[in-house]
Design a protein around this ligand. Structure first.
Ligand code: BG6
Length: 480
């Protein structure tokens, strides 16, 4: 192919997973419990359980999808070999905090947990794959919630920083790219998995105070981790991670535009701190209106200022719409945040609207605002797949989705946006975070397991497997 690539030569193509959605082996190797371990599947009321963790912790459900999941814990060699066959340059994964510190506050780390990730990173290295590691992907140890109240408690900063110190020292030389918190803005919507917050009825009334205080602790923890990373290895690159997706105004009515601006700021708030190094000026009024009084200790603001991230990573599935018109109520599903329906867009089987140009817009917005390299660490289509009699899976719908998004990502790069890489979400089928389903599949690799945990866990290649291999081989030129 003679056509010129829109992507830089060393562009990091790959795929992404998270420990809590793929490892399984939920008590093996002395691992402690994390939020997903107490969440049922959709039939058991997963969403309600996420929003009412007190009840979730007291209830004995029939089935917990994460307990076995796709058993990456025992299949990592086979899985990484398949990623290598596709030509992955990078593999985004997360370390489960509770494998390293089962209670979160243990004095010494758990060697079995550390060894497991040694093996995973060695396997990546063997195949020339650069790991991109999320330090906390929705899995603050349950013990830290029960004993300390989760991230509302400042002590969590010390436990997190200790955990970072251990993994930074242990995996120096094996891992270069780190993300401090997955989708940090998610804690405003699902505080249980985002910040280990279990709120009682009284606290519910005061939820904003607790959420933003927890956010402050995570932001300080993220900066302290960055500080430590700089001390441990000059090779390390530290990124923040935002659940992104531009919010459009429903119309050109200034009221709608104002509403959309504020919806976007809700997420930017976090990256403003992590990337620019200070609380944005609009937060003063926001805190006043929400009656929030942040407890900020001496030195916090200096740390935030001094240790900002090297790059801005984000997930993108869809754009959103905001309207000031109370009559405009027709909504649709989305990645946790509810949004109004955009009449110009089609949607996935789960109602997530499909907007490839929205990715280009989001990238341009983020780059204009922060002027730091971007990394798209999640993007993809959750869809039902059908296995044909001969075992093949023709997932053209997934190829179409990814093709259009990759095309727009290339356009954004040509617009002048610096982007280091792209990892599709759920490169191998895994348990859905939102619904706990297996049937909401994102992978290039099919895993024989259903919503009730039945199946052989056998891996097989979908049509998109060969397609993505060509995309990587041609550095994004061959998207046919
Ligand atoms: C992101 C999360 O919010 O979206 C992932 O970082 C999650 O953990 C992904 O799996 C897709 O969401 P879902 O609900 O389809 O699994």
């Amino acid at each position: 192919m003679n056509q010129q690539s829109n992507f830089p030569e060393n562009f990091l193509w790959g795929g992404a997973v998270a420990a809590n959605q793929c490892e399984g082996a939920y008590t093996e190797g002395k691992k402690g419990l994390t939020p997903v371990d107490v969440l049922p599947n959709v039939a058991g009321g997963r969403w309600e359980a996420m929003l009412n963790p007190t009840k979730a912790l007291e209830t004995k459900y029939d089935f917990y999808p994460s307990h076995e999941s796709i058993d990456f814990y025992h299949h990592y060699q086979e899985d990484i070999a398949l990623f290598a066959e596709m030509g992955f340059k990078t593999f985004r994964m997360s370390i489960c905090w509770a494998r390293i510190f089962p209670n979160g506050d243990d004095a010494a780390p758990n060697e079995e947990g550390l060894k497991f990730y040694d093996h995973v990173f060695d396997e990546c290295q063997k195949h020339g794959i650069e790991p991109l590691v999320t330090i906390n992907h929705f899995d603050t140890p349950i013990a830290l919630m029960k004993n300390y109240g989760g991230w509302r408690n400042r002590k969590l900063i010390d436990f997190y920083v200790h955990y970072c110190e251990v993994i930074f020292k242990r995996y120096k030389g094996k891992v270069k790219y780190w993300l401090t918190f997955n989708e940090i803005n998610m804690l405003l919507h699902v505080p249980f998995i985002g910040a280990g917050l279990i709120l009682n009825k009284d606290e519910e009334k005061n939820a904003n105070q607790l959420k933003y205080q927890s956010a402050h602790h995570q932001l300080v923890a993220s900066s302290l981790a960055t500080k430590m990373a700089r001390e441990i290895s000059p090779e390390f690159k530290i990124g923040c991670m935002l659940a992104a997706g531009i919010t459009y105004p429903d119309t050109c009515n200034p009221d709608d535009v104002w509403k959309a601006l504020n919806a976007n700021r809700e997420g930017y708030f976090f990256v403003d701190v992590q990337s620019r190094g200070y609380y944005p000026s609009y937060s003063r009024r926001l805190f006043e209106e929400l009656k929030i009084k942040l407890e900020i200790q001496d030195g916090d603001l200096e740390v935030l200022k001094k240790y900002t991230v090297d790059f801005v990573s984000f997930s993108y599935y869809s754009s959103r719409v905001a309207s000031a018109n109370p009559q405009r109520t027709e909504g649709t599903e989305g990645n946790v945040f509810s949004t109004l329906k955009n009449p110009h867009l089609k949607a996935s089987e789960w109602g997530w609207q499909i907007d490839p140009l929205g990715l280009r817009i989001t990238m341009n917005e983020l780059y204009d605002r922060y002027q730091k390299p971007l990394f798209i660490v999640e993007n993809g289509l959750g869809a039902k797949d059908t296995v044909k009699e001969d075992g093949s899976i023709d997932d053209d719908y997934r190829i179409d989705y990814l093709r259009e998004h990759i095309r727009e990502m290339g356009e954004a790069i040509q617009d002048g946006v610096e982007c280091w890489g792209y990892t599709t979400w759920g490169c191998i089928d895994l348990v859905s975070a939102g619904t706990g389903e297996m049937s909401k599949r994102y992978g290039f690799i099919y895993v024989d397991r259903d919503d009730n945990g039945k199946g052989t866990n056998k891996r097989s290649k979908k049509k998109s497997f060969g397609w993505y291999k060509k995309v990587i081989q041609s550095n994004g030129v061959d998207l046919a």
